[in-house]
Design a binder for this molecule. Structure first.
Ligand code: UFG
Length: 317
């Protein structure tokens, strides 16, 4: 089975490529390397180019016959999306729409899209299920919602079958150390904390300790990237069996506070990890935890990695 992985040189995409290889599939990666890494694509073909390059897509879709496309090619920094909204609407929306047209023109009809908890906006209930209103509060979240809506429309008018996976906080990496999380600049909590443990930064910042949570710090639902990939794999199989659209939260279904993450990192690394209290980060909800009942029921999916210590241990080398 040949799968086109758009954005397969990035953090989650490259883990998916590895998972597909291990399942006996043949992933082909399209990535413009704007944030991805050439060396993250191991033992698969990497085509360096942009998802908006129509001539390149013509060549790719006439050269290969794909069973499905998995799409990871988005900018993901919420704060940057507020400062540079055009960058997010151009790539995450316009270019993705162009890509979808070309994919459908070539009769590739199974599509798995990386969406985000950011589509929900201000949290009205926790844990959060898929029927929570989608009212994004930043351009990143809007860009994901716009693609979700486009997929719905295309499924009405074409033979498109699709899955939308709304990620919560993807974290960790391949347990054998073949791949890791590399963002530049880094903005995610756990990689930043581990940089402090390695002596690359003097301290970790805690963005606010006066939230209404267990210890005053923000609570998030950290899900192991390997579990995320497993959800993609199950969604792919469901699409191939010809099912209706799949729209699922993918989290672990449990919340962990910033201070709890720090305690875990101290246990795992045996470093003291100094911290400094900083002001709240704009747009951060206090608690963001997924209700994952639907993913369990619809995909038969279960997160295997349930301990934050284990997730951090895989990242510590
Ligand atoms: N945090 C700190 N200090 C830091 C970095 C983060 O205290 O130095 C806190 C944040 O305030 C937040 C938590 O740690 O409460 C996690 O922050 P991350 O930046 O690691 O992740 P986010 O929850 O902000 O972002 C994630 C995904 C985004 C997605 C978003 C949806 O990474 O792609 O959830 O809300 F859009």
């Amino acid at each position: 089975m040949k799968i086109l992985v758009v954005g397969g040189a990035g953090y989650i995409g490259s883990h998916m490529v590895l998972a597909l290889q291990e399942a006996g599939c043949h992933p082909v990666v399209l990535d413009n390397l704007s944030t991805g890494h050439r060396d993250a694509v191991r033992n698969s073909e990497l085509i360096v180019g942009d998802q908006s390059d129509q001539a390149l897509l013509e060549r790719i879709f006439t050269t290969y016959t794909f069973s499905a496309v998995m799409h990871f090619a988005s900018y993901i920094d919420v704060a940057e999306s507020v400062l540079l909204p055009a960058k997010y609407y151009q790539n995450n929306v316009t270019n993705t729409f162009l890509f979808l047209e070309m994919m459908l023109k070539h009769r590739v009809q199974n599509f798995i899209f990386s969406s985000s908890a950011a589509v929900y906006g201000d949290v009205q209930q926790t844990p959060l299920n898929e029927s929570h209103p989608r009212l994004p509060i930043n351009p990143y979240g809007h860009s994901k919602k716009m693609v979700e809506d486009r997929l719905y429309d295309l499924a009405q008018s074409t033979g498109l079958r699709y899955a939308v996976l709304r990620y919560f906080n993807a974290t960790s990496c391949d347990s054998l150390g073949r791949l890791r999380e590399r963002h530049d600049p880094e903005s995610h909590l756990i990689p930043l904390i581990l940089q402090v443990a390695k002596g690359m930064r003097p301290y970790a910042a805690i963005y606010g300790d006066d939230y209404e949570t267990v210890d005053g710090t923000c609570v998030r639902d950290y899900v192991h990237v390997i579990d995320l990939c497993e959800a993609h794999w199950l969604a792919l199989q469901a699409l191939q069996d010809g099912c209706d659209p799949i729209i699922c939260n993918v989290g672990r279904g449990e919340g962990v506070s910033v201070k709890q993450v720090l305690a875990s990192a101290r246990r795992v690394t045996q470093h003291s990890i100094p911290v400094q209290l900083a002001s709240r980060r704009a747009g951060d909800p206090a608690i963001l935890v997924a209700d994952i009942a639907y993913a369990k029921q619809r995909l038969g999916w279960r997160p295997r990695y349930l301990e934050i210590d284990q997730m951090i241990r895989h990242m510590w080398y």
